[in-house]
Design a protein around this ligand. Sequence first.
Ligand SMILES: NC(=O)c1ccc[n+]([C@@H]2O[C@H](COP(=O)([O-])OP(=O)(O)OC[C@H]3O[C@@H](n4cnc5c(N)ncnc54)[C@H](O)[C@@H]3O)[C@@H](O)[C@H]2O)c1
Length: 322
Amino acid sequence: MTVLITGAGLIATHAAAALAAKGEKIVFYDVTPNLSYIDIVMEGKPYEVEIGDILDLPNILRVINKHNIKGIIHTAGVLPERARANPSLCTRINVDGSVNIFEAHRLIKLRRTVFISTIGVFDSRVCDGHPWTEDHRLGPNSYYGTTKLAAEMMGLHYARDYGVDLIAVRLSSVFGVSQYYTSRASELMRDIIEPMALEGKATIRRQVTDINQYLYAMDAGEAIALAYDLKRNSPQRIFNISDGKLTGLRKIMEIAEQNISGASITITNGAWKKSKGTNFVPEPFSLNAARKYLGYKPKWPMGKAIRHYVKKIHEREALKKN
Ligand SMILES: NC(=O)c1ccc[n+]([C@@H]2O[C@H](COP(=O)([O-])OP(=O)(O)OC[C@H]3O[C@@H](n4cnc5c(N)ncnc54)[C@H](O)[C@@H]3O)[C@@H](O)[C@H]2O)c1
């Protein structure tokens, strides 16, 4: 069966690779797809690409009919930095664009839509001494998070009122070989891993977030594929997805040195002074619901993820030379 993946960035490609490995046919729908990037992640698995805008509902309907699409993974979106720079565009793409997908699902009666939501929908000021379940208090602290929560809630209304079988996965900070590095966490991991892999050393010179909850793109892709396969009309429609723990910058630097042979990393005193102790979230996710309903278990601890990331970087550099 064929699945439409909106977007062709970090999460879209990794979800596509996981779904293709399970036998699904893949069609990407993206406004500016980059085929050489998609190829690095897809590793020879077949796919098709349609160039189009998420705001163009007639075109989305045309593509769904053309490819006999049965379900959608909706990743196309504007991430926090771009959202800050252009809130109006962010609203159109993240909210109106998502409603277009829910509407397409409703009109064509698809089997499943998976909406890619974010940890940014939660109120990160609330610390209750427990890992965050899906019921942790909502309250985005960014415009981006607000648009994602709005779209997620609209999707749940489409599920309740129009039979749109929607699952939302709230991902923590995803990293991996990317085309755009549109999130701060993916940018930080790039600035640590890529110079270490290619030049043997890296130096962090700017303020970054010290403590964060990560998710390697391979685990994100797998979780999305599991959500896509979940039985119809599940009583649980929202899932927190991460590696289930908080990791500090010093620990990441140590793991990177252990896993990238012969490479070293430092942070300048000034950068460490500003970064030390800062956190994106104060408590980790509970993965209980994801484990129970999806059978999700993170398979890419940081060391293994870094080794895989390094391999992908070398593949990308080899392709550039050819
Ligand atoms: N990266 C993270 O850490 C993270 C965490 C949680 C949730 N998310 C969500 O996952 C989704 C994808 O994030 P990503 O990291 O893969 O980002 P990305 O920037 O790598 O990919 C986004 C893709 O959306 C496409 N796109 C943008 N506007 C479009 C439009 N108008 N029409 C069609 N395509 C359009 C871009 O071309 C790009 O390929 C987003 O919805 C984001 O909110 C990301």
